[in-house]
Design a protein around this ligand. Sequence first.
Ligand SMILES: CC(C)(COP(=O)(O)OP(=O)(O)OC[C@H]1O[C@@H](n2cnc3c(N)ncnc32)[C@H](O)[C@@H]1OP(=O)(O)O)[C@@H](O)C(=O)NCCC(=O)NCCS
Length: 285
Amino acid sequence: MKRQAKRAIKSALRWATQPHVTVASLHSQLESLGLRKGSCLLVHASLSKLGFVRGGPATVIRAILEALGENGTLVMPSHTWKLTNAGSREFDVRNTPSLVGRISEVFRQRDDVVRSLHPSHSVCALGPLAEWIVEGHENAGSPCGAGTPYAKIMDVGGQILLLGVTLRRNTMFHAIETMANVPYLLKPHDDEFTVTDRHGVQHRLRFRCHAKAVPSRFDEMERLLEEWGVLRRGKTGATESRLIEAARLRNQLLPLLKRIPRFLLMDCDVGVDQPSCTVSRATNA
Ligand SMILES: CC(C)(COP(=O)(O)OP(=O)(O)OC[C@H]1O[C@@H](n2cnc3c(N)ncnc32)[C@H](O)[C@@H]1OP(=O)(O)O)[C@@H](O)C(=O)NCCC(=O)NCCS
């Protein structure tokens, strides 16, 4: 009861003090940010950072879908790595909730959305490429590398929207780390899981999961990504959002990570501004 009352007060305060976000206002701000019609878009989002969203998560989802148009594909993470990290070895694609935000959970619950079969890094997708995006995630050999939805989004020249969140939430960094074969990301062994597919059929499958996270400097990459011309920032409601060109990010970062495998980590002795990064700057397309 106390919790409900606190929520109601928080909500009333948000309504009274924050900008009001509607489908039309968000749609227009996403277009200004550079979201392309027909894009294949991966979205990491925070609802509360946007201000007061009239209609809640459904409004955000509608605004993005309208901005993408009918040829666009919307992809959202429905990650459950908090469960696998805590020792869970079960995943049901039909009803294991997304643990990465309210918007992703509301998106997951739509009847027209499909979800990939992965115990820690599943995604949900809607649009012409949706089935292809989610297909085969369970056989990819890593949560984010080749054959996963993340790699496919880069392959088709898609975009990444960080809606009210920073680069810290950019799972695509893990996709590129996997492709560069960095030595710290994956566990040295597979784990066996019971996964239940969309038809209710159970499978015993082995997955190579991420190892315990190493402190990264994802947020520090912002200036470099802007210099490369792969990231733009813009206003969305009460907050700032970021839009990234996925293939161009890979084209810039992958060679750099192959040369300096710890480049994205806090303990890397090569500064983000040091000359070894300028090779990539010079080759920016
Ligand atoms: C963790 C994270 C989701 C937290 O963001 P958040 O805004 O606090 O939480 P949500 O997006 O789940 O939104 C729910 C909150 O929105 C707020 N809210 C509720 N209705 C709202 C409305 N109409 N308008 C605006 N805010 C509202 C409430 O504070 C609610 O929190 P509560 O349920 O505890 O009261 C966010 O910081 C984040 O990291 N998002 C990206 C996650 C991701 O993609 N991760 C994958 C890579 S690690």
